[in-house]
Design a binder for this molecule. Sequence first.
Ligand code: CDP
Length: 229
Amino acid sequence: MSQKIIIAIDGYSSCGKSTLARQLAKELNYIYIDSGAMYRAITLYFLRNHIDWTDEAQVQEALQQIVLEFHPNSNTGQSEMYLNGENVEYVIRDLVIAEKVSEVAAIKEVREFAVHQQQLMGVKKGIVMDGRDIGTTVFPQAELKIFMTADNAIRVERRFKELYAKNPNITIEEVKNNLELRDYIDSHRDVSPLRKADDAVVIDNSDLTPEEQLRLAKELAMKQAIQSY
Ligand code: CDP
């Protein structure tokens, strides 16, 4: 016998967290939440509306205008990010957003806004959430915490391929610089910086296929689900 648990997957930029989280949720019939998409959507709103995010009052006012929702795509079944009713799943993956998202995600008010919503999504458990602070701040009580890592060059190559498919003008240097910058800001910010939770299991997927990493994570999840029954 087993019961539904919370699975937190954290790690550096582009190390395959969302691929694993999405597959794991599907296998277990859990909800998948991409917490990074929420920070990306907030950044999109700030950029579009020329919000000066160094000004606390402007940030607070802007956050009151933002409604974030996840809805499944009717063709793929995959959950997609909606900002004030608009599907922004595609546009938030752009490098323009990636270049600013870590600055925005370091703001205390932004994090409180997002974390509160993320915690509500986990009330009934049966959720896999990936991000930077899921095991440390959003769900410190999560039954399973995974911290993913991968070789830097492999991460850059994977993200370059994804972005190049959408925009052939992109260079590998731009992608490399962006990942390095985000990793630095994410792990050095004052509010819930990226770090491995003490009780997280580390998975280095540099040499693992998606199938292998899924098998590994599924075994861990089944073990935890049985233990928490
Ligand atoms: O997909 P990738 O690993 O490149 O990033 P993401 O998960 O889409 O997250 C984008 C950015 O949002 C990160 O670089 C962080 O600055 C921020 N983020 C965060 O601060 N906390 C989270 N729980 C998730 C993302």
